[in-house]
Design a binder for this molecule. Structure first.
Ligand code: DAT
Ligand code: MG
Length: 167
């Protein structure tokens, strides 16, 4: 099945200069990158991204981790990979959630660690299924930031929106 998946290189991956290595590993999949940007992660975005983990003992620390507060890198590299079995291919390369249980040659097995506060710092996020991928892609990207029309979109006239423009 041809499908998209959301990939994030999380702040620990950026801080450890792993971007190139991780992108090289992901290129083994021969999937296409159809969207990419460096994104500042607000608390609201981090909480929405990990909303399925609300209530877990590590939740607050996980939000701080995704916001870059543990790594002095307040950003993530957000990308949409697209192609045949994209979700499973990227998950396989990423490895298990717990870096200690991940295959040692997977990205998380190679680069992940468990912090003293108990959060799995595992360098990369990858969607687990189609429903999650759609929710996450729509959370991180606007339709015009993606090269393909992945999901139905509509034209909207937005008035009185305040935003920064070049001075
Ligand atoms: P995944 O990122 O493999 O999809 P998830 O969605 O269950 O896993 O969890 C999101 C992140 O939360 C995960 O990448 C690391 C952290 N995490 C999950 N379970 C954890 C646990 N039991 N202890 C510490 N951190 C955990
Ligand atoms: Mg997940």
């Amino acid at each position: 099945m041809i499908q998209p998946t959301l990939v994030l290189i999380k702040p620990d991956g950026l801080k450890k200069s792993l971007t190139g290595n991780i992108l090289t590993r992901l290129s083994e999949t021969k999937l296409e990158i159809v969207a990419a940007k460096m994104a500042k992660v607000t608390k609201d975005l981090a909480v929405k991204h990990y909303e399925h983990l609300k209530g877990k003992p590590f939740f607050d620390e996980l939000i701080r981790y995704l916001m870059g507060e543990l790594h002095d890198r307040k950003k993530v590299l957000a990308m949409v990979y697209w192609g045949e079995d994209a979700i499973q291919k990227v998950r396989e390369l990423a490895g298990a959630t717990n870096p200690e249980e991940a295959n040692p040659v997977s990205i998380r097995g190679q680069y992940g660690r468990i912090t003293t506060k108990g959060v799995y710092e595992n360098a990369i996020h990858a969607s687990t299924n189609d429903i999650e991928a759609e929710r996450e892609i729509k959370l991180w990207f606007e339709p015009d930031e993606i090269i393909l029309d992945l999901y139905p979109s509509k034209k909207a006239t937005i008035t009185s929106v305040e935003k920064r423009v070049w001075a």
